[in-house]
Write a protein that binds this ligand. Structure first.
Ligand code: NDP
Length: 331
């Protein structure tokens, strides 16, 4: 099996030298086990947290061990009748080409009418994060004014479109002109701005939301969060999904100096982790499949070819890359 291991823990931005490409022998599957050949693997910002020592909300990756993450593949060889040869599976042993499963923490997926990559994007963890975060944590209501940061990314692009489907006014921020154009043209947001073009996110938000923000879906933290707090309406909701602007900080930056404003404005600010919202999965899949079938939602996948290029695809998440939508590696 060829795999990408964590070679060393990054100091600041991850670098190629933090990863190593290694070939290890794959044992024969024991009774109840089967071999999976990965077809697609997911690279995600939360993996940066797992490269650090100590607690994030998932266990850290071990040095000299294969990294992990979402993957979809096909069963190559099987000694488990529930997972016959040729069936497609969704698991969490990405960053390698083949691996052995004992059937735990892995599910079969029906690839007959759905492209495999969708199980890692629109119908997978990121689609579900958008859905649960916006509707459950954000308590979205018709007509709300919604601000989304990292709006052209995997989660953000879906959040924007669900909010539009629910009759909201949506403004997104992203890091390039192409992303802003995509947001307006394809995701259908009302307005979008490039945060590199402003030194004052708060006043830019004031221009876009003269009546204030009801729901801020935060993927970025930092000045985006502070700017949103300045512009929240009374009883608004801040969905703390991620704070990518700080993931590579060696020393955490101080929190927003205007946090006290959430008291007077009675703002609810809540973090969440998608895995706690499994009870929504059936409803998510029904709604999302309906929106897809009716052409009401669109999604992008930014595909990197080859396992050996997975570190590059991962690092690009933090590098002001050109990628739109879900970052995936095709094997
Ligand atoms: P994205 O596809 O959005 O990729 C990350 C994007 O973040 C980049 O493309 C980049 O776009 C933007 N970005 C990177 N650095 C900065 C920065 N310093 N300031 C502003 N924007 C930046 O990733 P995901 O959709 O997978 O994840 C989005 C967020 O959601 C992340 O914070 C992630 O940790 C979080 N998340 C949380 C989950 C949960 O359960 N709570 C589950 C999944 C994701 P740009 O060019 O616009 O800067």
């Amino acid at each position: 099996s060829r795999q990408i291991q964590l070679k060393s823990r990054p100091a600041g931005m991850p670098e190629p030298d933090n990863f190593q490409f290694v070939e290890v022998p794959l044992p024969e599957p024991a009774e109840g086990e089967f071999i999976v050949e990965n077809k697609w693997i997911s690279v995600d910002p939360y993996m940066r947290g797992r490269m650090k020592e100590g607690a994030s909300y998932v266990e850290p990756f071990g040095i000299g061990e294969a990294m992990e993450g979402g993957c979809v593949g096909v069963v190559l060889e099987s000694r488990n009748e529930k997972f016959p040869v040729g069936c497609h599976v969704l698991g969490n042993s990405g960053w390698r080409d083949t691996w052995i499963s004992d059937g735990e923490r892995i599910v079969q997926v029906d690839a007959s009418s759905t492209p495999l990559s969708c199980f890692l994007s629109i119908l997978g963890m990121t689609g579900m994060t958008a859905y649960a975060g916006l509707l459950e944590i954000g308590e979205l209501k018709d007509g709300d004014n919604v601000f989304v940061s990292a709006a052209s990314g995997a989660v953000g692009s879906i959040v924007c479109q669900i909010a539009k489907l629910k009759g909201c006014r949506v403004v997104g921020s992203a890091g390039s002109r192409e992303k802003i154009e995509w947001l307006k043209e394809y995701a259908g947001v009302d307005e979008a701005f490039n945060y590199h073009d402003t030194s004052d996110v708060s006043s830019t938000l004031k221009d876009h939301f003269p009546d204030g923000i009801d729901v801020y879906f935060d993927n970025v933290g930092g000045d985006h969060l502070a700017g949103a707090i300045d512009n929240m309406r009374d009883f608004g909701r801040i969905v703390c999904c991620g704070m990518i602007s700080g993931y590579n900080d060696e020393k955490p930056k101080p929190g927003p100096a205007n946090l006290f404003k959430i008291i007077g404005k009675r703002v609810k600010m809540q973090g969440f982790i998608v895995r706690d919202h499994e009870s929504l999965r059936e409803k998510f899949l029904t709604d999302m499949n309906h929106w897809i079938d009716e052409g009401m939602i669109t999604w992008e996948e930014s595909v990197t070819e080859g396992l050996e290029n997975a570190p590059e695809a991962f690092m690009a998440l933090f590098n002001g890359d050109k990628k739109m939508g879900k970052a995936l590696v095709k094997l």
